[in-house]
Design a protein around this ligand. Structure first.
Ligand code: PLP
Length: 383
């Protein structure tokens, strides 16, 4: 840097100061392989990330197919393992076809950008996940953000529009854990000939028969006007993303979705682990119901103790905190007492309300649930 000029990154210190003053500093906390903490923070809803069958399936895939996919899917990065995973995901979720990408984030960017154009109207729920929002930003479509979980607002937004339209929503919202009213949203879309794109990141493995997802639960699986996305990193305990839809939608994505075409294929270990988890879930469908029951149990016990929480529709249980600082302190106190919980605060929450975010897991025992509730209640902010 030449003398006399200021450091071009000086503004970062100012930003850091503002974050500190607002109590919004985020830090990484690498966890050890064998953490002594009870985990209510991860998205491992079915307890499969460390299931021996799933890790073995991932390790075997790594040994057989290599550590990396070696290229983008259209060049060298498509293995028979990817094709097998896509066939089984599509069959499980009740769709004609599936396309696996490197992450759920990439799957959402792919689906939103490839299925919309300059003439399209996107009608987006105001609480949609950041990856859907970014997909909308990248698309060249016009956008209307509508109030949360409001089919009437979707209907109104579509009313005046003449041309292609897509309503976009999470199936289960990641901050509060509430579910979108999919049947009513689908009805509003169908009145206007609009398509619907649903991000089922928090529904796959949890909702529907044996965890077949939100579209199955809503009786919409396989509908030609519906496209679903999901991540392989939550209930399937692995990594990666998927788009589910009709064969012609998937064929279109293969030919036009930039986050599919210009990205290295999903690592074989991740594909193998996801396939192992999926097969295990097919054999043990009760895991999905158990995960939902644990969420209801956490919610029931916490609210009985006077805490304010949102009734969970899947595995996310959101407990209100009075301020960002109180939420951070509360999560830290839980940690000191041996419990790991998530902490959501601005800017990750659109409404500015800070929360503890707890995630239910199918493999939590009744004793662990009781201990977790005891810790959260004991450490709750007073007044
Ligand atoms: C609703 C939702 N969509 C998409 C994603 C992104 O998935 P991935 O982590 O696989 O990129 C996440 C979470 O991480 C999510 O919560």
């Amino acid at each position: 840097m030449s003398r006399g000029t200021s450091d071009p990154f000086d503004w970062l210190d100012e930003q850091a100061g503002l974050r500190r003053d607002a109590g919004l500093v985020r830090t990484l906390r690498p966890r050890p392989a064998d953490s002594p903490l009870l985990d209510l923070a991860s998205n491992d809803y079915l307890g499969l990330a460390r299931h021996p069958e799933v890790t073995r399936s991932g390790a075997d895939a790594c040994l057989r197919w290599g550590a990396g996919a070696t290229g983008s899917r259209l060049v060298s990065g498509s293995t028979e393992l990817h094709a097998e995973l896509e066939r089984e995901l599509a069959a499980f979720c009740g769709f004609e076809a599936a396309l696996v990408l490197a992450s759920g984030y990439a799957a959402n960017l792919a689906a939103v950008t490839a299925l919309t154009g300059p003439d399209t109207l996107i009608v987006a729920d105001s609480a949609n996940h950041a990856s859907l929002i970014d997909g909308c930003r990248l698309s060249r479509a016009s956008r209307e953000v509508v109030p949360h979980a409001d089919p009437e607002a979707v209907r109104k937004a579509l009313d005046g529009h003449d041309g292609p339209a897509v309503a976009i929503t999470d199936s289960v919202f990641s901050v509060d854990g509430d579910a979108a009213p999919l049947p009513a949203l689908a009805a509003a879309c169908r009145e206007h000939g609009a398509a619907m794109l649903v991000d089922d990141a928090h529904g796959l493995g949890v909702l529907g028969a044996g965890g077949r997802g939100a579209a199955d639960a809503a009786g919409l699986a396989g509908a030609p006007d519906l496209v679903c996305t999901a991540t392989l990193s939550k209930s399937l305990g692995s990594q990666g993303g998927v788009v589910l839809g009709s064969a012609r939608v998937i064929e279109h994505l293969v030919n036009s979705a930039r986050t599919f075409i210009f990205d290295t294929g999903l690592a074989p270990a991740a594909a193998g682990a996801a396939l192992g988890a999926l097969r295990l879930l097919v054999r043990e469908p009760q895991r999905a119901e158990r995960a939902r029951a644990v969420a209801r149990e956490l919610y029931g016990r916490l609210t009985a103790e006077g805490l304010e929480a949102v009734r969970p529709d899947a595995c996310v249980v959101s407990v209100r905190a009075p301020s960002p600082e109180a939420a951070v302190r509360w999560a830290a106190d839980c940690r000191t007492e041996g419990l790991s919980v998530g902490c959501f605060r601005p800017p990750s929450v659109p409404d500015g309300i800070s929360r503890l975010r707890l995630t239910a897991r199918a493999d939590l025992t009744d004793r662990q649930i009781a201990d977790a509730v005891g810790t959260i209640v004991r450490t709750a902010p007073r007044d």
